[in-house]
Design a protein around this ligand. Sequence first.
Ligand SMILES: [Ca+2]
Ligand SMILES: [Ca+2]
Length: 199
Amino acid sequence: MTLTPSPVADQDQIIRTILTVPDDLIGKVASFSIEICPKDILDDCKTNRTQIIFRTADFTITEKYTSLELQTEKFKSLVKGKNYVATISITIDAIKHEVIREFAMSNSPIIQLDLDLSSDGLQIARIGTLASFLDIDGSGNITTLDFARVIRQYGKTWELAGGILAEDVNLDGRVNAVDISLIIHNIGNSVSTVSVPQN
Ligand SMILES: [Ca+2]
Ligand SMILES: [Ca+2]
């Protein structure tokens, strides 16, 4: 339970995205983009594009749950404790789906997106740093209640469960020892003091 005091800005950042799609979109090529703007200068971001942190990628939808991991350069302006607004869009067959959501930056270099594309459009199931995903019940702290939930779902895959499981905290498709280890090492921490390994 060590507290990592280093600013998030010094670490390489990963945007880890999982996209759930209907069967008829499997095999199609999609264009993904994410724009991140500090919430306190949101109006400024509309006129001053340099304020926006922007990543984009084209990828093929390979299965019902398609993952996309963007390694980025250092996010100089992502500061722990600050709130950001993410604008996420996915374009498939020239149709653009867009969704906007606020999230707080916590002590983790990994931003995770759990996205759901259906006939209702693009929806965000969860967005935040990996640290915030460890707090499964949303209490603000990592406790034995979060641990108990992971134990209950242990071994389950998304396919088995029929959807993305909140207990799969690192979004790799399965509730396993990695998720348990992340939780155990952070029991007693709040989301803002979570320590996450760099690899
Ligand atoms: Ca909790
Ligand atoms: Ca997992």
